[in-house]
Design a protein around this ligand. Structure first.
Ligand code: NAD
Length: 497
Protein backbone atom coordinates (compact mmCIF):
# COMPACT_ATOMS: atom_id res chain seq x y z
CA UNK A 1 0.00 0.00 0.00
CA UNK A 2 1.25 3.51 -0.86
CA UNK A 3 1.90 5.99 1.94
CA UNK A 4 -0.69 8.34 0.49
CA UNK A 5 -3.33 5.55 0.52
CA UNK A 6 -2.93 5.11 4.27
CA UNK A 7 -3.26 8.86 4.82
CA UNK A 8 -6.34 9.05 2.62
CA UNK A 9 -8.11 6.49 4.85
CA UNK A 10 -8.26 9.28 7.41
CA UNK A 11 -8.94 12.08 4.96
CA UNK A 12 -5.38 13.33 5.48
CA UNK A 13 -3.25 14.73 2.69
CA UNK A 14 0.49 15.07 2.29
CA UNK A 15 0.34 18.74 3.25
CA UNK A 16 -1.87 20.46 5.80
CA UNK A 17 0.40 23.49 6.05
CA UNK A 18 3.90 24.54 6.94
CA UNK A 19 5.69 23.60 10.09
CA UNK A 20 6.32 19.99 10.95
CA UNK A 21 7.72 17.38 8.62
CA UNK A 22 6.43 13.89 9.29
CA UNK A 23 9.02 11.41 8.11
CA UNK A 24 8.93 7.66 8.20
CA UNK A 25 11.70 5.87 10.11
CA UNK A 26 11.17 3.00 7.65
CA UNK A 27 13.07 4.74 4.81
CA UNK A 28 13.44 8.36 5.92
CA UNK A 29 10.86 9.47 3.35
CA UNK A 30 8.77 12.55 4.00
CA UNK A 31 5.19 11.44 4.57
CA UNK A 32 3.61 14.87 4.91
CA UNK A 33 4.07 18.39 6.14
CA UNK A 34 1.75 19.27 8.97
CA UNK A 35 0.68 22.72 10.14
CA UNK A 36 2.30 23.60 13.46
CA UNK A 37 0.21 25.25 16.17
CA UNK A 38 1.38 28.77 17.00
CA UNK A 39 2.09 29.01 20.76
CA UNK A 40 0.24 32.37 20.68
CA UNK A 41 -2.98 30.37 20.09
CA UNK A 42 -2.67 28.48 23.38
CA UNK A 43 -4.98 30.87 25.36
CA UNK A 44 -7.72 30.38 22.71
CA UNK A 45 -7.37 26.60 22.83
CA UNK A 46 -7.55 26.61 26.62
CA UNK A 47 -10.65 28.86 26.46
CA UNK A 48 -12.25 26.33 24.06
CA UNK A 49 -11.47 23.54 26.51
CA UNK A 50 -12.91 25.57 29.41
CA UNK A 51 -16.19 26.02 27.51
CA UNK A 52 -16.31 22.30 26.72
CA UNK A 53 -15.69 21.56 30.41
CA UNK A 54 -18.64 23.71 31.55
CA UNK A 55 -20.97 21.58 29.47
CA UNK A 56 -19.30 18.17 29.78
CA UNK A 57 -18.99 18.14 33.58
CA UNK A 58 -22.80 18.18 33.92
CA UNK A 59 -23.38 15.32 31.47
CA UNK A 60 -23.99 12.15 33.55
CA UNK A 61 -20.88 9.99 33.66
CA UNK A 62 -22.56 6.91 32.08
CA UNK A 63 -23.59 9.13 29.16
CA UNK A 64 -20.00 10.36 28.90
CA UNK A 65 -19.09 6.70 28.81
CA UNK A 66 -21.29 6.30 25.75
CA UNK A 67 -18.96 8.63 23.81
CA UNK A 68 -15.98 6.50 24.83
CA UNK A 69 -17.91 3.35 23.85
CA UNK A 70 -18.41 4.83 20.38
CA UNK A 71 -14.74 5.78 20.25
CA UNK A 72 -13.89 2.15 20.99
CA UNK A 73 -16.17 1.06 18.12
CA UNK A 74 -14.57 3.51 15.71
CA UNK A 75 -11.13 2.30 16.78
CA UNK A 76 -12.17 -1.30 16.12
CA UNK A 77 -13.27 -0.29 12.62
CA UNK A 78 -10.01 1.60 11.99
CA UNK A 79 -7.68 -0.90 13.67
CA UNK A 80 -5.78 -2.09 10.60
CA UNK A 81 -5.45 1.38 9.05
CA UNK A 82 -4.30 3.04 12.25
CA UNK A 83 -2.01 0.13 13.08
CA UNK A 84 -0.37 0.52 9.67
CA UNK A 85 0.00 4.27 10.09
CA UNK A 86 1.62 3.74 13.52
CA UNK A 87 3.99 1.29 11.89
CA UNK A 88 4.81 3.74 9.11
CA UNK A 89 5.25 6.83 11.26
CA UNK A 90 6.81 5.36 14.43
CA UNK A 91 8.67 2.48 12.74
CA UNK A 92 7.37 -0.33 14.95
CA UNK A 93 6.42 -3.61 13.28
CA UNK A 94 2.83 -3.89 12.05
CA UNK A 95 1.97 -6.50 14.71
CA UNK A 96 3.00 -4.02 17.39
CA UNK A 97 1.09 -1.25 15.60
CA UNK A 98 -2.02 -3.44 15.76
CA UNK A 99 -1.26 -4.22 19.41
CA UNK A 100 -1.08 -0.52 20.19
CA UNK A 101 -4.51 0.08 18.66
CA UNK A 102 -5.89 -2.94 20.54
CA UNK A 103 -4.63 -1.32 23.73
CA UNK A 104 -6.68 1.76 22.82
CA UNK A 105 -9.76 -0.40 22.33
CA UNK A 106 -9.13 -2.15 25.66
CA UNK A 107 -8.84 1.11 27.59
CA UNK A 108 -12.06 2.37 25.98
CA UNK A 109 -13.84 -0.79 27.19
CA UNK A 110 -12.36 -0.30 30.64
CA UNK A 111 -13.40 3.36 30.74
CA UNK A 112 -16.98 2.57 29.66
CA UNK A 113 -17.35 0.26 32.67
CA UNK A 114 -15.67 2.85 34.84
CA UNK A 115 -18.21 5.48 33.80
CA UNK A 116 -20.72 3.67 36.04
CA UNK A 117 -18.22 3.08 38.84
CA UNK A 118 -16.72 6.45 39.78
CA UNK A 119 -17.50 5.53 43.35
CA UNK A 120 -17.17 7.79 46.34
CA UNK A 121 -17.55 6.88 50.01
CA UNK A 122 -19.99 7.37 52.83
CA UNK A 123 -18.18 8.03 56.08
CA UNK A 124 -19.49 7.72 59.64
CA UNK A 125 -19.84 11.19 61.18
CA UNK A 126 -18.96 11.73 64.84
CA UNK A 127 -21.85 14.21 65.17
CA UNK A 128 -25.49 13.18 65.66
CA UNK A 129 -27.81 13.86 62.75
CA UNK A 130 -24.92 14.34 60.36
CA UNK A 131 -23.93 12.46 57.20
CA UNK A 132 -20.51 12.57 55.60
CA UNK A 133 -19.59 11.58 52.10
CA UNK A 134 -16.77 11.80 49.65
CA UNK A 135 -17.60 12.56 46.01
CA UNK A 136 -15.41 12.62 42.92
CA UNK A 137 -16.02 15.54 40.55
CA UNK A 138 -14.50 16.43 37.18
CA UNK A 139 -11.36 18.55 37.62
CA UNK A 140 -11.01 20.51 34.40
CA UNK A 141 -9.22 20.29 31.06
CA UNK A 142 -6.41 17.75 30.96
CA UNK A 143 -3.23 18.34 28.96
CA UNK A 144 -1.72 15.18 27.49
CA UNK A 145 1.87 15.30 26.22
CA UNK A 146 3.01 12.10 24.53
CA UNK A 147 6.22 10.54 23.25
CA UNK A 148 6.95 9.21 19.75
CA UNK A 149 7.25 5.55 20.71
CA UNK A 150 3.62 5.02 21.74
CA UNK A 151 2.15 7.66 19.47
CA UNK A 152 -1.52 6.76 19.96
CA UNK A 153 -1.98 4.46 23.00
CA UNK A 154 -0.76 7.04 25.52
CA UNK A 155 -3.38 9.51 24.31
CA UNK A 156 -6.11 6.89 24.70
CA UNK A 157 -4.99 5.84 28.20
CA UNK A 158 -5.44 9.43 29.27
CA UNK A 159 -8.30 10.56 27.04
CA UNK A 160 -10.63 7.59 27.68
CA UNK A 161 -10.34 8.10 31.44
CA UNK A 162 -10.37 11.91 31.34
CA UNK A 163 -13.50 11.94 29.16
CA UNK A 164 -15.54 9.64 31.39
CA UNK A 165 -14.26 11.64 34.38
CA UNK A 166 -15.73 14.79 32.76
CA UNK A 167 -12.48 16.45 31.64
CA UNK A 168 -11.87 17.68 28.07
CA UNK A 169 -8.44 16.94 26.62
CA UNK A 170 -5.79 18.98 24.87
CA UNK A 171 -3.26 16.64 23.29
CA UNK A 172 0.24 17.60 22.26
CA UNK A 173 1.67 14.55 20.52
CA UNK A 174 5.35 14.13 19.73
CA UNK A 175 6.53 16.33 16.89
CA UNK A 176 7.88 13.08 15.38
CA UNK A 177 4.39 11.54 15.05
CA UNK A 178 1.90 14.25 14.02
CA UNK A 179 0.02 12.09 11.49
CA UNK A 180 -1.09 9.35 13.85
CA UNK A 181 -2.38 12.09 16.16
CA UNK A 182 -4.29 13.72 13.30
CA UNK A 183 -5.75 10.30 12.43
CA UNK A 184 -6.89 9.78 16.05
CA UNK A 185 -8.65 13.15 15.94
CA UNK A 186 -10.49 12.02 12.80
CA UNK A 187 -11.52 8.79 14.55
CA UNK A 188 -12.59 10.74 17.63
CA UNK A 189 -14.72 13.06 15.52
CA UNK A 190 -16.45 10.05 13.93
CA UNK A 191 -17.46 8.99 17.45
CA UNK A 192 -18.56 12.53 18.34
CA UNK A 193 -20.74 12.70 15.22
CA UNK A 194 -22.51 9.47 16.22
CA UNK A 195 -22.86 10.63 19.83
CA UNK A 196 -24.86 13.64 18.71
CA UNK A 197 -24.79 16.31 21.39
CA UNK A 198 -21.22 16.50 22.68
CA UNK A 199 -19.86 20.00 23.27
CA UNK A 200 -17.31 21.25 20.75
CA UNK A 201 -13.58 20.95 21.51
CA UNK A 202 -13.70 17.91 23.81
CA UNK A 203 -10.41 16.78 22.29
CA UNK A 204 -8.05 19.23 20.63
CA UNK A 205 -4.75 18.28 19.01
CA UNK A 206 -1.90 20.77 19.22
CA UNK A 207 0.86 20.03 16.73
CA UNK A 208 4.39 21.10 17.53
CA UNK A 209 7.43 20.63 19.72
CA UNK A 210 8.85 21.96 22.91
CA UNK A 211 7.82 25.63 22.45
CA UNK A 212 4.10 25.00 22.20
CA UNK A 213 4.43 22.27 24.84
CA UNK A 214 5.94 24.74 27.29
CA UNK A 215 3.23 27.32 26.58
CA UNK A 216 0.56 24.72 27.35
CA UNK A 217 2.29 23.44 30.48
CA UNK A 218 2.57 26.96 31.90
CA UNK A 219 -1.13 27.76 31.38
CA UNK A 220 -3.13 27.84 34.63
CA UNK A 221 -6.30 26.79 32.78
CA UNK A 222 -5.03 23.20 32.53
CA UNK A 223 -5.22 21.76 36.05
CA UNK A 224 -4.01 18.29 35.03
CA UNK A 225 -0.85 17.68 33.00
CA UNK A 226 -0.15 14.11 32.00
CA UNK A 227 3.30 14.04 30.42
CA UNK A 228 4.99 10.99 28.90
CA UNK A 229 8.55 11.21 27.68
CA UNK A 230 12.11 11.60 28.84
CA UNK A 231 13.13 12.36 32.40
CA UNK A 232 14.67 15.59 31.10
CA UNK A 233 11.27 16.70 29.81
CA UNK A 234 9.49 15.59 33.01
CA UNK A 235 11.86 17.60 35.18
CA UNK A 236 11.06 20.77 33.23
CA UNK A 237 7.33 20.11 33.09
CA UNK A 238 7.05 19.17 36.78
CA UNK A 239 8.61 22.48 37.87
CA UNK A 240 6.28 24.62 35.79
CA UNK A 241 3.17 22.69 36.85
CA UNK A 242 4.17 22.73 40.53
CA UNK A 243 4.71 26.51 40.40
CA UNK A 244 1.06 26.99 39.52
CA UNK A 245 -0.15 24.19 41.83
CA UNK A 246 -1.38 22.04 38.96
CA UNK A 247 -1.36 18.25 39.12
CA UNK A 248 1.23 16.29 37.15
CA UNK A 249 0.97 12.69 36.05
CA UNK A 250 4.52 11.89 34.94
CA UNK A 251 5.44 8.80 32.90
CA UNK A 252 9.16 9.14 32.22
CA UNK A 253 12.21 7.07 31.38
CA UNK A 254 12.81 3.52 32.51
CA UNK A 255 15.87 1.31 32.98
CA UNK A 256 14.21 -2.04 33.34
CA UNK A 257 15.87 -5.21 34.56
CA UNK A 258 15.34 -8.95 34.59
CA UNK A 259 16.87 -11.17 37.24
CA UNK A 260 17.46 -14.71 35.98
CA UNK A 261 17.78 -17.02 38.97
CA UNK A 262 19.44 -20.48 38.94
CA UNK A 263 16.02 -22.19 39.04
CA UNK A 264 14.65 -20.19 36.05
CA UNK A 265 13.02 -21.87 33.08
CA UNK A 266 15.65 -20.72 30.59
CA UNK A 267 13.49 -21.38 27.52
CA UNK A 268 10.86 -19.01 28.83
CA UNK A 269 13.44 -16.49 29.99
CA UNK A 270 15.05 -16.47 26.55
CA UNK A 271 11.77 -15.77 24.77
CA UNK A 272 10.90 -13.04 27.27
CA UNK A 273 14.34 -11.42 26.86
CA UNK A 274 14.00 -11.36 23.08
CA UNK A 275 10.57 -9.73 23.03
CA UNK A 276 11.33 -7.19 25.71
CA UNK A 277 14.90 -6.25 24.69
CA UNK A 278 14.60 -6.31 20.90
CA UNK A 279 10.90 -5.53 20.36
CA UNK A 280 10.15 -1.99 19.10
CA UNK A 281 13.92 -1.83 18.41
CA UNK A 282 14.53 -1.19 22.11
CA UNK A 283 12.36 1.92 22.05
CA UNK A 284 9.78 1.11 24.71
CA UNK A 285 9.80 2.79 28.10
CA UNK A 286 9.58 -0.76 29.49
CA UNK A 287 12.29 -2.24 27.22
CA UNK A 288 14.57 -4.70 28.98
CA UNK A 289 17.90 -2.89 29.35
CA UNK A 290 19.66 -4.81 32.14
CA UNK A 291 19.94 -8.56 32.43
CA UNK A 292 21.09 -9.64 35.89
CA UNK A 293 21.95 -13.33 35.61
CA UNK A 294 23.10 -15.78 38.25
CA UNK A 295 26.74 -16.69 37.55
CA UNK A 296 25.90 -20.41 37.29
CA UNK A 297 23.44 -19.97 34.42
CA UNK A 298 25.09 -16.95 32.73
CA UNK A 299 27.38 -18.90 30.32
CA UNK A 300 24.54 -21.10 28.98
CA UNK A 301 22.03 -18.27 28.75
CA UNK A 302 24.47 -15.91 27.04
CA UNK A 303 25.42 -18.50 24.45
CA UNK A 304 21.78 -19.13 23.58
CA UNK A 305 20.95 -15.43 23.67
CA UNK A 306 23.74 -14.52 21.25
CA UNK A 307 22.54 -17.21 18.84
CA UNK A 308 18.96 -15.93 19.08
CA UNK A 309 20.08 -12.31 18.59
CA UNK A 310 21.97 -13.29 15.44
CA UNK A 311 18.78 -14.72 13.92
CA UNK A 312 16.39 -11.83 14.64
CA UNK A 313 14.80 -10.79 11.32
CA UNK A 314 15.54 -7.07 10.88
CA UNK A 315 13.87 -5.07 8.15
CA UNK A 316 10.97 -2.90 7.09
CA UNK A 317 8.41 -3.01 9.90
CA UNK A 318 5.66 -3.17 7.29
CA UNK A 319 6.85 -6.56 6.01
CA UNK A 320 5.54 -9.72 7.62
CA UNK A 321 8.07 -11.92 9.36
CA UNK A 322 10.21 -8.96 10.46
CA UNK A 323 10.60 -8.69 14.25
CA UNK A 324 12.81 -5.64 14.50
CA UNK A 325 12.33 -2.39 12.62
CA UNK A 326 14.46 0.77 12.61
CA UNK A 327 15.48 3.34 15.20
CA UNK A 328 13.37 6.44 14.97
CA UNK A 329 16.05 8.70 13.45
CA UNK A 330 19.74 9.55 13.08
CA UNK A 331 19.86 11.15 16.56
CA UNK A 332 18.72 7.85 18.09
CA UNK A 333 21.45 6.03 16.15
CA UNK A 334 24.10 8.53 17.30
CA UNK A 335 22.95 8.15 20.93
CA UNK A 336 23.23 4.37 20.62
CA UNK A 337 26.78 4.55 19.23
CA UNK A 338 27.82 7.02 21.97
CA UNK A 339 26.49 4.62 24.62
CA UNK A 340 28.32 1.65 23.09
CA UNK A 341 31.61 3.58 22.95
CA UNK A 342 31.17 4.59 26.59
CA UNK A 343 30.29 1.02 27.56
CA UNK A 344 33.55 -0.22 25.97
CA UNK A 345 35.49 2.47 27.84
CA UNK A 346 33.86 1.27 31.06
CA UNK A 347 35.00 -2.31 30.44
CA UNK A 348 32.10 -3.70 28.42
CA UNK A 349 32.39 -6.38 25.75
CA UNK A 350 30.03 -5.54 22.91
CA UNK A 351 28.37 -8.00 20.51
CA UNK A 352 26.28 -6.41 17.74
CA UNK A 353 25.06 -2.81 17.66
CA UNK A 354 26.18 -1.99 14.09
CA UNK A 355 24.19 -0.16 11.46
CA UNK A 356 22.69 -2.49 8.87
CA UNK A 357 20.54 -2.49 5.68
CA UNK A 358 22.12 0.77 4.49
CA UNK A 359 21.96 -0.42 0.85
CA UNK A 360 18.23 -0.87 0.96
CA UNK A 361 17.44 2.00 3.33
CA UNK A 362 20.18 4.66 3.08
CA UNK A 363 18.02 7.05 5.10
CA UNK A 364 16.63 4.52 7.58
CA UNK A 365 18.54 3.72 10.77
CA UNK A 366 18.50 -0.07 11.16
CA UNK A 367 20.85 -1.70 13.66
CA UNK A 368 21.67 -5.14 14.94
CA UNK A 369 20.64 -5.49 18.59
CA UNK A 370 23.56 -5.23 21.01
CA UNK A 371 24.51 -7.39 23.98
CA UNK A 372 27.08 -5.80 26.26
CA UNK A 373 28.73 -7.89 28.99
CA UNK A 374 29.64 -5.44 31.74
CA UNK A 375 32.05 -5.86 34.65
CA UNK A 376 29.60 -3.97 36.90
CA UNK A 377 26.76 -1.45 36.97
CA UNK A 378 28.78 1.47 35.63
CA UNK A 379 27.58 4.93 34.68
CA UNK A 380 26.42 4.00 31.18
CA UNK A 381 24.30 1.11 32.55
CA UNK A 382 22.54 3.46 34.97
CA UNK A 383 21.49 5.70 32.08
CA UNK A 384 18.51 5.04 29.75
CA UNK A 385 19.68 4.86 26.12
CA UNK A 386 16.60 4.55 23.92
CA UNK A 387 17.97 1.79 21.66
CA UNK A 388 18.34 -2.02 21.64
CA UNK A 389 21.30 -2.32 24.01
CA UNK A 390 21.12 -5.07 26.62
CA UNK A 391 23.69 -4.82 29.43
CA UNK A 392 24.47 -8.15 31.07
CA UNK A 393 25.59 -8.32 34.70
CA UNK A 394 26.13 -11.39 36.88
CA UNK A 395 25.33 -12.02 40.54
CA UNK A 396 25.83 -14.60 43.28
CA UNK A 397 23.18 -13.87 45.93
CA UNK A 398 19.60 -12.68 45.54
CA UNK A 399 20.33 -9.69 47.82
CA UNK A 400 23.05 -8.65 45.41
CA UNK A 401 20.71 -9.07 42.43
CA UNK A 402 17.95 -6.98 44.04
CA UNK A 403 20.48 -4.29 45.01
CA UNK A 404 21.65 -4.14 41.37
CA UNK A 405 18.06 -4.06 40.10
CA UNK A 406 17.24 -1.14 42.43
CA UNK A 407 20.59 0.61 42.00
CA UNK A 408 19.58 2.92 39.14
CA UNK A 409 17.82 6.30 39.17
CA UNK A 410 14.74 5.01 37.28
CA UNK A 411 11.97 2.80 38.72
CA UNK A 412 9.55 1.70 36.00
CA UNK A 413 9.50 -2.05 35.34
CA UNK A 414 11.29 -5.13 36.66
CA UNK A 415 11.00 -8.89 36.72
CA UNK A 416 12.46 -12.10 38.01
CA UNK A 417 12.61 -15.48 36.30
CA UNK A 418 12.59 -18.08 39.05
CA UNK A 419 10.66 -21.20 39.95
CA UNK A 420 11.60 -20.77 43.60
CA UNK A 421 8.58 -19.37 45.44
CA UNK A 422 10.68 -17.85 48.21
CA UNK A 423 12.83 -15.94 45.77
CA UNK A 424 9.85 -14.72 43.75
CA UNK A 425 7.99 -13.50 46.83
CA UNK A 426 11.09 -11.76 48.18
CA UNK A 427 11.42 -9.97 44.88
CA UNK A 428 7.81 -8.72 45.18
CA UNK A 429 8.07 -7.84 48.88
CA UNK A 430 8.60 -4.41 50.47
CA UNK A 431 12.33 -5.18 50.51
CA UNK A 432 12.32 -6.36 46.89
CA UNK A 433 11.96 -4.48 43.60
CA UNK A 434 11.43 -0.71 44.02
CA UNK A 435 9.65 -0.38 40.65
CA UNK A 436 6.05 0.47 39.80
CA UNK A 437 5.84 -2.80 37.87
CA UNK A 438 7.30 -6.08 39.15
CA UNK A 439 6.66 -9.35 37.32
CA UNK A 440 7.45 -13.00 37.94
CA UNK A 441 8.23 -15.19 34.93
CA UNK A 442 7.10 -12.44 32.53
CA UNK A 443 9.36 -9.87 30.86
CA UNK A 444 9.21 -6.21 31.92
CA UNK A 445 7.35 -4.94 28.85
CA UNK A 446 3.87 -5.47 27.45
CA UNK A 447 1.64 -4.45 30.35
CA UNK A 448 -2.13 -5.02 30.31
CA UNK A 449 -4.40 -1.99 30.65
CA UNK A 450 -6.26 -3.38 33.70
CA UNK A 451 -3.46 -2.51 36.12
CA UNK A 452 -2.17 0.94 37.05
CA UNK A 453 0.83 1.73 34.85
CA UNK A 454 3.79 3.84 35.95
CA UNK A 455 6.97 3.93 37.96
CA UNK A 456 8.91 5.46 40.82
CA UNK A 457 11.98 7.67 41.23
CA UNK A 458 13.04 9.37 37.97
CA UNK A 459 10.19 7.61 36.14
CA UNK A 460 8.04 10.27 37.74
CA UNK A 461 5.60 8.51 40.09
CA UNK A 462 2.50 8.88 37.89
CA UNK A 463 -0.06 6.13 37.32
CA UNK A 464 -2.21 5.80 34.23
CA UNK A 465 -4.58 3.28 32.70
CA UNK A 466 -6.35 0.74 34.95
CA UNK A 467 -7.04 0.11 38.64
CA UNK A 468 -7.86 3.43 40.37
CA UNK A 469 -5.66 5.60 38.13
CA UNK A 470 -8.89 7.49 37.24
CA UNK A 471 -8.73 9.32 40.56
CA UNK A 472 -5.91 11.51 39.22
CA UNK A 473 -8.39 12.98 36.71
CA UNK A 474 -11.00 13.97 39.32
CA UNK A 475 -11.15 16.22 42.35
CA UNK A 476 -12.24 14.79 45.68
CA UNK A 477 -14.92 16.60 47.64
CA UNK A 478 -15.67 15.80 51.27
CA UNK A 479 -19.19 16.90 52.15
CA UNK A 480 -20.89 16.90 55.57
CA UNK A 481 -24.66 17.36 55.73
CA UNK A 482 -26.38 18.31 58.99
CA UNK A 483 -29.94 17.01 58.99
CA UNK A 484 -30.50 17.73 62.70
CA UNK A 485 -31.86 20.89 64.30
CA UNK A 486 -28.69 21.45 66.37
CA UNK A 487 -25.22 22.63 65.42
CA UNK A 488 -22.73 20.46 67.29
CA UNK A 489 -19.07 21.14 66.49
CA UNK A 490 -16.56 18.44 65.68
CA UNK A 491 -14.15 17.42 68.44
CA UNK A 492 -16.82 18.49 70.99
CA UNK A 493 -15.73 22.14 70.88
CA UNK A 494 -18.04 24.53 72.75
CA UNK A 495 -18.44 27.91 71.05
CA UNK A 496 -21.73 29.30 72.35
CA UNK A 497 -22.42 32.93 73.24
P1 NAD B 1 10.84 13.47 24.71
O1 NAD B 1 10.97 13.79 26.17
O2 NAD B 1 11.87 13.98 23.79
O3 NAD B 1 9.44 14.05 24.17
C1 NAD B 1 8.23 13.66 24.73
C2 NAD B 1 7.20 14.75 24.53
O4 NAD B 1 7.51 15.88 25.35
C3 NAD B 1 7.12 15.29 23.10
O5 NAD B 1 5.76 15.52 22.80
C4 NAD B 1 7.88 16.61 23.20
O6 NAD B 1 7.52 17.55 22.23
C5 NAD B 1 7.48 17.06 24.58
N1 NAD B 1 8.40 18.01 25.24
C6 NAD B 1 9.75 17.96 25.26
N2 NAD B 1 10.23 18.93 26.06
C7 NAD B 1 9.16 19.61 26.56
C8 NAD B 1 9.00 20.70 27.45
N3 NAD B 1 10.06 21.32 27.98
N4 NAD B 1 7.74 21.11 27.75
C9 NAD B 1 6.67 20.49 27.22
N5 NAD B 1 6.76 19.44 26.37
C10 NAD B 1 7.99 19.02 26.04
O7 NAD B 1 10.69 11.88 24.61
P2 NAD B 1 10.67 10.96 23.31
O8 NAD B 1 12.03 10.87 22.74
O9 NAD B 1 9.53 11.31 22.43
O10 NAD B 1 10.28 9.54 23.98
C11 NAD B 1 11.20 8.69 24.59
C12 NAD B 1 11.18 8.82 26.10
O11 NAD B 1 9.86 8.67 26.59
C13 NAD B 1 11.99 7.74 26.78
O12 NAD B 1 12.70 8.31 27.85
C14 NAD B 1 10.92 6.77 27.29
O13 NAD B 1 11.31 5.97 28.37
C15 NAD B 1 9.83 7.72 27.65
N6 NAD B 1 8.54 7.06 27.71
C16 NAD B 1 8.00 6.80 28.93
C17 NAD B 1 6.79 6.12 29.02
C18 NAD B 1 6.20 5.79 30.36
O14 NAD B 1 5.03 5.44 30.39
N7 NAD B 1 6.94 5.86 31.45
C19 NAD B 1 6.11 5.76 27.85
C20 NAD B 1 6.67 6.05 26.62
C21 NAD B 1 7.89 6.72 26.56
Amino acid sequence: MQHSDILSRFGLTSSTGAGLTARSPVDGATLATVAETDPALVPDLVANAARAFEAWRTVPAPRRGELVRLLGEELRAAKEDLGRLVSLEAGKIYQEGLGEVQEMIDICDFAVGLSRQLYGLTIASERPGHAMRETWHPTGPCLVISAFNFPVAVWSWNAALALVCGDPVIWKPSEKTPLTAAACQVIFERAVARFGDAPAHLNQVVQGGRAVGEALVAHPGLPIVSATGSTRMGREVAKLVAERFGRSILELGGNNAMIVAPSADLDMALRAILFSAVGTCGQRCTTLRRLIVHKDVAPTLLLRLKAAYASVPIGSPLESGVLMGPLVDSDAFAAMQTALTKAKAEGGVVTGGERTLTDRFPNGYYVTPAIVEMPGQTDVVRHETFAPILYVLTYETLEEAIALQNGVPQGLSSCIFSTDLREAERFLSAAGSDCGIANVNIGPSGAEIGGAFGGEKETGGGRESGSDAWKAYMRRQTATVNYSAALPLAQGIKFDL
